[in-house]
Design a protein around this ligand. Structure first.
Ligand SMILES: O=C(O)c1ccc[n+]([C@@H]2O[C@H](COP(=O)([O-])O)[C@@H](O)[C@H]2O)c1
Ligand SMILES: Cc1cc2nc[nH]c2cc1C
Length: 371
């Protein structure tokens, strides 16, 4: 069921520009440094504590050593990219609120008045809202160079976007990752805000993993049972009308996707390109990761899963991507909140990694040393 290297062959596109850039990305995104990982792992084993006592946190620090190409990992500067976009499929009655909410919440990111903002203040994360496709411009958030379209079309009637728009949104995401790297950020977190985007995420997941729509469709931001039935039907119609080809991730993204998912997909590719760890959030960013890994398989080694969202697609996504999220808190808020929630724990792990004395340092000789 995993998305593996066989995608490399299949991920060839008709658009020659995309094709060239994708081939370049596939060449430039290389696997992390396994020697740095091995050195970090060895260091963990020397610390005066039960072996592997910090479990997945040790694995995470070790993974970051490989990604950053040094066992002296750096996590002081953390950036959360929140891609904001609207979805035409909302007119099918698949959401609890209207599309106008996207712009209102996007504006609140600037004022520090969203859930992710409050959490980010505690976690020491800088938050960057990006208007990649809202139906309305929001002063201070919207920039012409980032905005790919004023919302997607209704996928239940026609393709959500053109292939060019999907690729432009991926490129915006790549650019955002590069900008943060240039500003000295050392770890990227992905988030989104977009009423209706769980309909797109479920559609992409159903197509890419070849699963029945009902199995991967949930309540999103708070739909009733009747609403979920409408949502399933809308997705089924979208798949029937558009016939997305699961061997071509960009075709799937364009026909039944969303601009925020495309932006996050780009951010993940950009992070891998910049040798930065990239932290996933919930259903939307896991869906973006599915596409990113399908486009460039080596990107998977740069992904860090934070939590398992309540959306039913997440169990399947985590298995398909071989991800091992740390938190299981029944969250389904989006905005990058799960990724932010992981940061204080990761900081604690890094403090132990750097500051704990070794067995030798406290003059304890273990009977046996694991090799
Ligand atoms: O992160 C998740 O897994 C998640 C699950 C359900 C809902 N959300 C958030 O809720 C919005 C999408 O829900 P909906 O019902 O409008 O598709 C969007 O702004 C997401 O940030 C997020
Ligand atoms: C208010 C609100 C805030 C959100 N943040 C992420 N998704 C959201 C959906 C709604 C409805």
């Amino acid at each position: 069921m995993g998305i593996g290297n066989n995608w490399r062959e299949k991920a060839k596109y008709r658009g020659s520009e995309e094709n060239m850039e994708l081939t370049e990305l596939q060449k430039q995104i290389t696997e992390p440094d396994r020697e740095c990982e091995a050195r970090a792992e060895k260091h963990w084993m020397q610390l005066a504590k039960p072996l592997s006592g910090l479990g997945k946190f040790e694995t995470m620090v070790t993974q970051i050593a490989g990604i950053q190409r040094t066992e002296q990992i750096r996590l002081h500067k953390k950036a959360l990219l929140v891609f904001c976009a609207d979805n035409g499929v909302v007119e099918e009655g698949v959401t609890q609120t209207g599309q106008d909410v996207t712009a209102v919440v996007a504006g609140n990111f600037l004022k520090g008045e969203t859930t992710a903002c409050k959490m980010a203040q505690i976690a020491g994360v800088d938050l960057f809202p990006i208007d990649i496709g809202m139906i309305r411009d929001v002063e201070g958030v919207s920039r012409p160079e980032d905005k790919v379209a004023y919302g997607t079309k209704n996928m239940a009637k026609e393709p959500a976007m053109t292939r060019k728009e999907a690729w432009n949104a991926i490129e915006t995401g790549i650019r955002k990752a590069k900008e943060r790297k240039a500003e000295g950020y050392q770890i990227l977190l992905t988030g989104e805000m977009g009423i209706g985007n769980t309909t797109a995420a479920s559609a992409i997941t159903a197509v890419m993993l070849n699963r029945p729509v009902e199995q991967v469709t949930g309540r999103g931001a708070g739909l009733t049972g009747e609403g979920v039935r409408r949502k399933v039907q809308a997705i089924q119609r979208a798949v029937e009308i558009n016939q997305p080809d699961r061997r071509e991730p960009l075709d799937v993204l364009a026909k039944v996707g969303s601009l925020d998912i495309a932006g996050m997909c780009g951010a993940m590719l950009g992070a891998a390109l910049m040798q930065m760890p990239v932290v996933l959030d919930g259903a939307l960013s896991m869906t973006a990761a599915l596409l990113a890994v399908a486009l460039v398989p080596a990107c998977r080694s740069y992904l860090i899963a934070s939590h398992v969202s309540k959306e039913p697609s997440c169990q399947l996504l985590k298995e398909s991507l071989y991800l091992d999220p740390v938190l299981n808190a029944d969250m389904n808020l989006g905005e990058g909140t799960g990724a932010v929630a992981l940061m204080p724990l990761l900081d604690m792990a890094a403090k132990v990694y750097f500051e704990m004395p070794t067995f030798e340092g406290i003059e304890i000789k273990p009977y046996e040393v694991l090799k």
